[in-house]
Design a protein around this ligand. Sequence first.
Ligand code: PAF
Length: 284
Amino acid sequence: MILFKKAGALQIWLDKQREKSLKLGFVPTMGALHNGHISLINASKKVNHITVCSIFVNPTQFNNAADFDKYPITIKQDILQLEKAGCDVLFLPSVEEIYPNGLTIEKKYDLGNLEKILEGAFRPGHYQGVCMVVDRLLNIVMPDNLYLGQKDFQQCMVITKLIELIGLKEKVAITICSTLREKDGLAMSSRNMRLNENERRNAPAIFQTLSFIKSNVDKISPSFLRKQAVDMLEEVGFKVDYVEIADSATLKTIEDWTDSKKTIALIAAYDNEIRLIDNMFLFD
Ligand code: PAF
């Protein structure tokens, strides 16, 4: 695996690969890699000649300073995992490399409703930060294919919108890969590393609640099911930001099951200090 810290050097190398008509797949991450990330690398390797992974803990997308300070950094293990997976290139830039003009917001991305609901509402500014960094990363890497995890479902929608906004829709195709889970159902996430033993024991309650919602589709109204789901999570000590049952194309709340094929349930809740998110399509 080749490691680049400078965008310029990476771009020169990537241009040479493009001249040979090689297809580029890109997996942007914030490190603390787990098998979920590796599944994105594997998906990229299947259809691209070259797979590029980036590791950059992006300061502009943390609406909570403590969350940024405590974000796990495991760079040595990350490199080993990427090498083992056969990743071709790691881009590991500094903050100055990505934000040469500092962290001030230079551009506002019009994300419409996506920024006002769910993660957008609970994490103000978060998606502007995601767009800032992904815009820069895409302009450096210019991949043919971009790989994202379904666990961050709303982020997948935001980045799809971003790609339209910055005129890369014809150039960059997005592949959304299914969420990988631990044996007990907990969605793999870098933040899981921060859970203590008790919190880890409680954490699968989110998956269990999503499964409960799924098994009650058509039996209980969406609004009552949302309420029951909140009760289930609160009973085991979670502080719930939201339980939503929504149309997966718009993330608008649904009130009946008539157009159920596209329905998704989404949860964000605190297991003590650690905020976990997960989602599940309600129909297979
Ligand atoms: O999902 C993440 O890890 C980050 O939000 C991303 C897409 C790498 C942007 O920093």
